[in-house]
Design a protein around this ligand. Structure first.
Ligand code: NAD
Ligand code: DAU
Length: 330
C-alpha cells in the first residue's frame, strides 16, 4: 500500500512515519512537507534512507504536486498544519491558508484520484473549553466551539472533510486528539520548552495562574490510534482520542518536570496569560475503545521522565531550534 503522509517532518507526523515503517514493512510512505519553522528533516534522519520512504518538499496547497503524488497512493493521512495557538494569535494568515485551503486542496485531489481513505488528524481544541469544576469531557457528539484562530481553522477543516463524505462519498475518517508529548516536539510547545529551558539553567514561564488543564497523551499512543482508525475505523466517522484520565494542571506538570530535573520551585516564573486561554480539555475516548479496542498504554509519569531523558540525550536535535523558538516569545 502507498501512503501519502503530509506534515511528516513535524512532531507527530515524524513519529507516525517511524511507527508505520516499523510495523508495515511492505508499505511505501511518501512524506509531503513544506518544511515550515516546525518541519525538521533532523526529525526524519533515522529513516530517511529507508527504501520504503520518500520525502517530497512541498506545500499541500500545490494542487499539481499533490495530484502527482496522490495519483500513486491509496491512503492520505493529513498531519500538515499550523499547529501552535500562540502563533495563531500573532498572525492567523498561515493558519487559514494551510489548515483550511490546504485541506480543501487535498480533499479535491483525493476525490479526483478516488483515494481509498482520507484521514484527517484533528484536535480536541475544536470543542472549546471546559469549566475547571465540571466533570464533562469532550466526545464525538460535542458541539464545536473553537476559541482561537488555530482551533477555528481546524474546526473548519473538520467540517470540510465531513462535507466531502456526505456530498461526494469520499471515504474519510477523523481523529480529534488531546495534547501530545514525546520525542521530536518543537521547543516552542509547553513540555519541550520547559525541559530545554531547565537544561539550559533558565526559568520556566507559566502563563497566568497555571491552573489550566490538559489531557496529556504520549505521541506513540496517538500513532496507534490513527493506525487503528485508518485500518479498521468506520468510513465517515470521527473518533475522539485522549489520555489516561490523569488530568493535570500546567503547574502540576511543571512541578513534575522540575522534580525529574532536580530543580526547585524558584525556577517557576508566572507571566501574563495567553489571550482567550482555554481553561480545560478532557476527552472521553469510549468510542474508539469500544469499537476498535484502543486505549492509552503509556503512563504519564513514566513517559514524561522518558521524554525528559530524550531531550537530555538529544541536545543536538533541539539546540539549533531553541534560538528561533525563544525569539517568537520575545
Ligand atoms: P507540527 O507543527 O509539529 O508539524 C506540522 C508539520 O506540517 C511541519 O512539519 C510543517 O512543516 C508541516 N506543514 C505546515 N504547513 C504545511 C503546508 N502548507 N504544506 C505542507 N506541510 C506543511 O504539528 P504537530 O504537533 O505534529 O501536529 C500535527 C497535526 O496533529 C496537526 O494537524 C495538529 O493540528 C494535530 N494535533 C496536534 C496535537 C498536539 O498535541 N501537537 C494534538 C492533536 C492534534
Ligand atoms: O489539545 C490539542 C492541542 O494541544 C493541539 O491541537 C495543538 O496543536 C497543540 O499545540 C496543543 O495546544 P496547547 O495550546 O494546549 O499547547 P501548548 O504546548 O502551546 O500549551 C500547553 C499549555 O501550557 C497551555 O495551557 C498554555 C500553557 N503554556 C504554554 C507555553 C508554551 C505555558 O503556561 N507556558 C508556555 O511557555
Amino acid at each position: 500500500m502507498n501512503l501519502l503522509v503530509t506534515g511528516g517532518a513535524g512532531f507527530i507526523g515524524s513519529n507516525f512515519i517511524r511507527y508505520w515503517l516499523k510495523k508495515h514493512k511492505r508499505d511505501l510512505v511518501i512524506n509531503l512537507d513544506k518544511l515550515t519553522y516546525a518541519g525538521h528533516l533532523s526529525s526524519t534522519a533515522d529513516f530517511q534512507n529507508n527504501q520504503n520512504y520518500k520525502f517530497v518538499k512541498g506545500d499541500i496547497n500545490n494542487r499539481a504536486l499533490v495530484d502527482n503524488i496522490v495519483s500513486d497512493c491509496e491512503i492520505v493521512v493529513n498531519f500538515a498544519a499550523e499547529s501552535h495557538v500562540d502563533r495563531s494569535i500573532k498572525n492567523s494568515n498561515p493558519f487559514i491558508r494551510t489548515n483550511i485551503n490546504g485541506v480543501h486542496c487535498l480533499l479535491e485531489s483525493a476525490r479526483k484520484n478516488k483515494i481509498k481513505r482520507f484521514h484527517q488528524v484533528s484536535t480536541d481544541e475544536v470543542f472549546g473549553s471546559l469549566n475547571l469544576s465540571s466533570h464533562k469531557k469532550f466526545n464525538e457528539e460535542s458541539v464545536y466551539q473553537p476559541r482561537s484562530p488555530y482551533a477555528a481553522s481546524k474546526a473548519a477543516a473538520d467540517f470540510l472533510v465531513r462535507s466531502y463524505f456526505h456530498t461526494f462519498s469520499l471515504p474519510i475518517t477523523i481523529t480529534n486528539c488531546s495534547n501530545n508529548y514525546g520525542p521530536f516536539q518543537d521547543p516552542e510547545k509547553l513540555i519541550p520548552r520547559f525541559i530545554t529551558n531547565l537544561l539550559d539553567g533558565k526559568k520556566v514561564p507559566v502563563y497566568g495562574d497555571g491552573l489550566y488543564v490538559r489531557d496529556w497523551l504520549y505521541v506513540y499512543d496517538h500513532c496507534r490510534a490513527i493506525e487503528m482508525v485508518i485500518l479498521r475505523g468506520k468510513i465517515g466517522d470521527t473518533y475522539c482520542v485522549g489520555g489516561q484520565n490523569k488530568l493535570v494542571s500546567n503547574l502540576e506538570l511543571t512541578k513534575k518536570i522540575l522534580e525529574i530535573l532536580n530543580k526547585n520551585g524558584d525556577f517557576i516564573e508566572h507571566i501574563s496569560d495567553r489571550p482567550g486561554h482555554d481553561r480545560k480539555y478532557a476527552v472521553n475516548w469510549n468510542k474508539i475503545h469500544h469499537d476498535l479496542g484502543w486505549e492509552p498504554k503509556f503512563d504519564l509519569s513514566r513517559y514524561l521522565e522518558e521524554t525528559v531523558n530524550w531531550y537530555r540525550n538529544n541536545r543536538r536535535w533541539w539546540q539549533p531550534l531553541k534560538t528561533r523558538s525563544e525569539s517568537l516569545y520575545r
